[in-house]
Design a protein around this ligand. Structure first.
Ligand code: ADP
Ligand code: MG
Length: 676
């Protein structure tokens, strides 16, 4: 990486700037103020309202240390109109020294009513030496970090604005058509707006300039992701076209017909697979929408074309479920599915690896054991990753390398709102299954106070007595895995005493994989009627006979988690319910979450509201380690996201030089980050 320096910054300051992600003058130009302080005017003391920040010019009347209610420096100041107390709870002797009676001060701060009348606690002030002109611009307040003062930042940023290249990066056609302000004018107006505007007028004044910066940011994101997409597309991949011999046979043998949505996404995938460059597709579908069968079709297409296909899932439970399901579907077609997992007996694992390497097995399912170094594929044509966002960055990179010359399909049951998909996932093509298979009865959601827990226990007894099954999800304890485990065990023991005669199982993250598998197998066969579980069952578990989901301390769970958990029931034709037990008092945020999950069944709508509540960071998960989160753009502004997207296409096609300049401005300091 080229050595980057910021003129005027000492090495200590440069270190601090780095923690803010500021490496170059161009970065400083884009470090925009949070707010402004108006030091262009002097306000008479008598004219201030409590709660208002203002600047005063005063004379010190007295200054002494008070000892009650606690030790502090109390300084009485006055101007022609009134008086004010300045209070310093921490102070230096040097401060006491300059605050001598008769000293003239310029003071800035928020006035409130206090113990001794109107006061400012810890005001910013300086002693006036003779006549001092007032600043002519508003004073920007920048986001900063401990040990980096506003004054230093202001100086460096002002210098950057004067020295850095602020030339326009967008073609004039584009700025004119989109009615965008000029870049240099925009940053200057955002750092240093003209004086004399009140708060409301300032917002109105800055709006078009913020818009320009937000647009630029979205555009940079689109450009870099589309470039990455194009680079991967330029590589070759085997053409996976087939005669349909296997796919048709699978379809003919399924006990159901594909939904229209499944059919549509299968067409999209089928088309991609037949191209001589790698598919880069994300398949989204709400829990239970039937992604697995689409994955199976794609895998069979690879086999029809004489290649191998791999399916990788983030947990042992999920991977094994996929394996069993695929094996059952494909055995009648005379196809074997290999199994690879970390916990497998060494002998079995080596045998599976050997078969995959020799090309004897065309299909393999597993956990991340699939991408370990010693696994070599003879002719991998397609790699599918379920719940991709749950894998770590390292694992995703390994997969990318392993499958560099193959088609890739990622599947996700975490619905991603459209604007988010369009921005953060602009390097992928997205297919959406937006319809559930027919014959599902919607899950009834109930909010029940923890005091009525015994009623729910009765309900479980009754339901399991009638041959159905239930899940009981233990309270989430994020701070401590040990405590989480203890709670799960206690919950299991309680329920065992409360429900004698019921066969109850317990599954949690600390079980050995074969123990876990044994419990899950028992539940699948209805040998276990009530499954007490931690969130390990969150993704992918499919037991259609289970029709009740109880979640204890539901207020502690996130929206996506609750939606995923609820999706474990309602998979058969029976009426299903999800009981959210909650403990009072509820925080504001918890109340909002429970309300959303209670009122909505559609995963996309829940995700949209979640995005609104929490912002995009949580959604993109590990993705953010490779991509800077948007600082200025609001993803709910679909119009702007759309505009940036089409502008990116246009620029890539017609203005490559501007593309490079735009990316250099926005991403130069982050180039290393982007490669990860
Ligand atoms: P998810 O998208 O959550 O991975 P699955 O693939 O596990 O969903 O499918 C959920 C259930 O629905 C499975 O039991 C599956 O066999 C069944 N299923 C899938 N597609 C259909 C369909 N078109 N009609 C009826 N049932 C279906
Ligand atoms: Mg699934």
């Amino acid at each position: 990486m080229a050595k980057q320096t910021i003129p005027g910054a000492t090495s200590l300051v440069a270190e601090k700037l780095k923690t803010l992600g500021l490496h170059t003058q161009a970065d400083l130009v884009l470090h925009l103020p949070l707010r402004f302080e108006d030091e262009t005017r002097i306000t008479p003391l008598a004219a201030t309202m409590p709660g208002e920040s203002a600047q005063f010019e005063v004379t010190v009347a007295s200054c002494e240390i008070a000892y009650r209610p606690k030790r502090q420096l109390v300084c009485r100041v006055e101007d022609h109109s009134g008086e004010l107390m300045l209070r310093f709870l921490n102070f230096y002797p040097s401060q006491q020294k300059v605050l001598q009676p008769g000293a003239r001060l310029r003071v800035f701060g928020e006035v409130r009513g206090g113990f001794w009348g109107s006061e400012i606690i810890h005001p910013r002030f300086h002693v006036l030496q003779g006549d001092e002109a007032l600043p002519t611009a508003l004073t920007p307040v920048y986001p900063t970090t401990a040990g980096l003062g506003q004054a230093t930042l202001r100086k460096l940023i002002a210098r950057a604005l004067a020295e850095a290249d602020l030339a326009e990066t967008l073609p004039p056609e584009l700025t004119a058509r989109l009615k965008l302000k000029d870049f240099a004018v925009s940053v200057r107006s955002l750092h240093a707006p003209p004086p004399g505007l009140d708060a409301e007028a300032l917002v109105m004044y800055q709006k078009p300039y913020w818009q320009r910066i937000a647009f630029d940011e979205l555009l940079a994101q689109q450009l870099s992701l589309r470039q990455a997409y194009a680079a991967r597309r330029a590589r070759g991949a085997p053409v996976l076209a087939g005669d349909g011999s296997l796919t048709q046979r699978l379809l003919a043998q399924l006990p159901f017909r594909l939904t229209a949505a499944q059919q549509r996404v299968w067409c999209e995938i089928e088309h991609d697979l037949a191209q001589p460059h790698p598919m880069q597709r994300l398949l989204q579908g709400d829990v239970g929408s039937g992604k697995t069968v689409v994955a199976a079709l794609a895998m069979l297409r690879a086999v029809e074309a004489g290649h191998q296909a791999a399916l990788m899932a983030p947990t042992e439970i999920l991977a094994e479920q996929h394996w069993r399901k695929l094996a059952a579907w494909l055995a009648p077609l005379g196809l074997e599915v290999a199994w690879l997992s970390g916990s497998q007996k060494k002998k079995d694992k080596l045998a599976a690896i050997a078969k995959v390497g020799a090309g004897e097995t065309a299909l393999v399912v597993g956990t991340h054991a699939l991408i370990e170094e010693n696994v070599e594929f003879a002719r991998l044509g397609l790699a599918i990753v379920d719940e991709q966002h749950r894998f770590g960055v390292r694992q995703r990179l390994a997969l990318k390398q392993k499958g560099a010359q193959s088609h890739q399909l990622a599947m996700s049951a975490t619905p991603i709102p459209r604007t988010l998909a369009m921005s953060y996932y602009a390097d992928l093509d997205v297919s959406v299954i937006d319809e559930l298979p027919p014959g599902r009865t919607p899950v009834v959601t109930k909010l029940v106070g923890a005091a009525r827990r015994h009623e729910i226990v009765d309900k479980v007894r009754e339901l399991c007595g009638a041959g159905r099954q239930a899940y009981w999800v233990c309270p989430l304890i994020e701070e401590s895995e040990a405590l989480q485990l203890k709670t799960a065990q206690e919950t299991f023991e309680h329920l065992t005493t409360e429900l004698p005669g019921l066969k109850i199982g317990l599954v949690h993250g600390r079980l050995k994989p074969d123990e876990k598998a044994a419990v899950m197998a028992g539940f699948v066969k209805n040998e276990i009627q009530l499954l007490v579980a931690t969130t390990v069952i969150e993704v992918g578990v499919d037991v259609p006979n289970a029709s009740l989901m109880v979640i204890e301390h539901a207020e502690r769970f996130g929206l996506a988690q609750l939606h995923q958990l609820r999706g474990r029931v309602g998979r058969g034709a029976a009426e299903s319910a999800c009981i959210l037990l909650y403990e009072q008092p509820l925080s504001e945020a918890a109340r909002a979450r429970l309300k959303i999950i209670y009122e909505n069944n559609d995963g996309f709508e829940i995700a949209r509201q979640d995005l609104h509540l929490r912002g995009p960071g949580e959604f993109v998960g590990a993705r953010q380690s490779g991509l800077p989160l948007l600082r200025f753009a609001d993803l709910e502004d679909a119009v702007l996201v759309d505009a940036a997207r089409s502008a990116a296409e246009e620029m890539l096609a017609q203005w490559p030089a501007q593309v490079e300049r735009h990316l250099a401005r926005w991403l130069a300091g982050r180039a290393e980050l982007l490669k990860a």
